[in-house]
Write a protein that binds this ligand. Structure first.
Ligand code: ZN
Ligand code: ZN
Ligand code: ZN
Length: 127
């Protein structure tokens, strides 16, 4: 087997996501693979991104153009602070949410069993 093919597509794709740390579409991942001269088909990129997401190693969001985009994730519970300037994704802890959950129950009698949050602003480099 040629060395060029030794790294599995899954590792190559995860590596691109790890180095970028911003939401990328399948097409953008595909372009990055081509620049790195990796021979991975676009359908493999789609399939691999979906598999990474299913395993909790990546998360996806629909961007303003309605396209699915992906970012690499650690497996512990967290949320994303997304930089409006450069797209950098910072993982942020969810601790304050516990107080909010308690308040929601106390004041509204509503029991929370799931939540989704995204934060937008400027990252440390773009401020
Ligand atoms: Zn994440
Ligand atoms: Zn930024
Ligand atoms: Zn949370």
């Amino acid at each position: 087997m040629c060395a060029e093919y030794a790294t599995r597509p899954r590792e190559q794709i995860a590596q691109i996501l790890r180095s970028e740390r911003r939401y990328l579409s399948a097409a953008e991942v595909f372009q990055a693979l081509q620049r790195a001269r990796a021979r991975v088909s676009l359908s493999t990129v789609y399939r691999t991104l979906d598999r990474l997401r299913a395993k909790g190693e990546a998360s996806s969001r629909i961007d303003e153009q309605g396209e699915a985009t992906y970012v690499i994730c650690t497996t512990s519970h967290h949320h994303h602070a997304i930089c409006r300037v450069c797209g950098h994704v910072e993982e942020v802890a969810c601790d304050p949410m516990e107080r909010f959950t308690e308040a929601l129950k106390a004041y509204h009698g509503f029991e929370l069993d799931a939540h989704a949050m995204e934060f937008f602003g400027r990252c440390a480099r773009c401020r």
